[in-house]
Design a protein around this ligand. Sequence first.
Ligand SMILES: Cc1cc2nc3c(=O)[nH]c(=O)nc-3n(C[C@H](O)[C@H](O)[C@H](O)COP(=O)(O)OP(=O)(O)OC[C@H]3O[C@@H](n4cnc5c(N)ncnc54)[C@H](O)[C@@H]3O)c2cc1C
Length: 377
Amino acid sequence: MTPSGGRYDAIVLGVGGVGSAATYHLARRGASVLGLERFDVPHARGSSHGRTRLLQRLLDADPATMALADRAHDSWRALEAETGRDLLTETGSLAVAVGGDEPVASGRRACERHGLDHESLSGADLTERFPGYAFPDDAEALYQPDGAVVASERGVVAHVAAALDAGATVRARERVVDWEAVDGGVRVDTDRDTYRADRLVVTAGAWAAQAVDALDGLLEPCRHATAWFAPGGDRSAALADDRLPPFVATVDGENFYGLPGPDLPGMKFGRADFRPTAPDALSEPTQADERPLRAFAEEYVPGAAGSTLRLSTGLVTNSPDGRFVLDTLANGRVAVAAGLSGRGYKFAPALGEILADLALDGGTDFDISGYALGRFE
Ligand SMILES: Cc1cc2nc3c(=O)[nH]c(=O)nc-3n(C[C@H](O)[C@H](O)[C@H](O)COP(=O)(O)OP(=O)(O)OC[C@H]3O[C@@H](n4cnc5c(N)ncnc54)[C@H](O)[C@@H]3O)c2cc1C
């Protein structure tokens, strides 16, 4: 039977952060590619909304992940040049430790091991240099000049725009309901049509385990809340600079983060509070989500503890060991990126490139051995 929807070299299941990048890299390499997205392009029900993501290398200390970070950084810049869109703001980044030495100690070790520029600061140094911050004088901090902020929805839109320019087809509001390996390729059934392709690329984020049986029971989608507070009070002038470095901070064992801009004044705050949820049941943010973030801002970033401008929830999909799954299945007919464990967005262009390599060449020059699905067997 000839599928009514047509035949492609590759179909990408899920056009979010990574899927938009994969669609672009496949199309750029001359493949006929169809990207299928169940919601909108972009949307706020998955993992890539919320305006900004932190690009910081200290949490990703192994060489393979470092290589990904380097490639991703270059690829974001190349995408900016190609599309004429601002995506990456070089801000530098901070790790701050209050009541302990993490994440500063491990960050410093990673910088030393990989020869990355870094500077050790006390809390007092930090406030002098960046008056927006009011961590205790005896806090420890690590400044990395190569940290940056990526505009996440803009990144999805830029990848889709560039993919369309390169000849890709992207269909939103079309959910993949099933796929099957057939006749040397795949058949993909959606709630609108049926398509054929030589290869399937699965980038379904929190829904990955629904799309790939081998991931069932391995991945844990979790709800994660963030808040944006307006500038306010005496120190708000110190926040006017869009290049205030974003930070991750551990305060008495609890992890928080904060990012400036773009677009909205003030700062966005989050904390490491990840609650398992079915992805279709992601609930709205509440005042209970907001309270600890506001308390943190009032104490440590007082110029950014003004009125609430926005609250948001998104999905973080954890793998059992906190590392990605990046692999092929079904005798190489299916390439998958999943379980990005709250740290995948910054790598999206590099992951898209690798998925295109896997789908079109059956392999990649990147070392992805540490991300194989087989490690969980
Ligand atoms: C609040 C928050 C803060 C974060 N902070 C950072 C950070 O600072 N730095 C960082 O690097 N990472 C961060 N992350 C993690 C990062 O954002 C994610 O790892 C990344 O966005 C995941 O991208 P994805 O493409 O896998 O998922 P998504 O962008 O969600 O894309 C998956 C897509 O697949 C679609 N889909 C699923 N099933 C189907 C189907 N059956 N048919 C069609 N379409 C389907 C979905 O609708 C979705 O659009 C954060 C995550 C959150 C939620």
